[in-house]
Unconditional design. Sequence first.
Length: 216
Amino acid sequence: MRDTEDPDAFRLAVAKEALDLFAVKGYDATSVDDIAEASGISRRTFFRQFRGKDDVIFADHEILLAQAAEFLSGTHPDPWIAVCEAAQLVFERFTGWKEYARLRYQVVHDNPALRDREIVTVFRYERLFVDYLREAIPEHSHLETIQFCASVTATHNYVLRRMIRDGVDTATSDLQAELAKVRAGFGSASGEVVVAVFPRGASRDAVADALAAHLD
């Protein structure tokens, strides 16, 4: 295995070997030398790519954070939708790495220190989204920006956990539908002011349905 051909593929391959070992021997009982030997690399090569065992476990997140940041650096007509699409991109990658994600979940679930790092890692996605929106629409409410990004991240994580932890057959379209609901509750798609007139006594459901139809 060589780290010069495709760095991301190399890191994921080493991570998969490490997670297989963790699942059998346990995280604490597995050494860097064990991982290097299973991966067919030297200890020196291992440390060129990872700082330690915990870095191996979260290798996929580092790759996905970089990909999401690259996606958001492009031009997007609707920054709010761009954040949703970045979350969908992350989800799509995880659907291709299901076995890796399941092994990681098992290892992290049994180790409090790793659970803490996972929480920090998840927050980095939210921070990425917040920073992007604050730059893309600096005039918008900072509080609403934070609320939106927190909602997108929480929705993504909920759907992902159902797929990884609970084995629910989930497609990207399922996440897309849920994120569309989140998007509908924040910001303004066009910047226009909507004025609606209803007869006295109109029910709240009727008002909500009419507004929803107009905004769609």
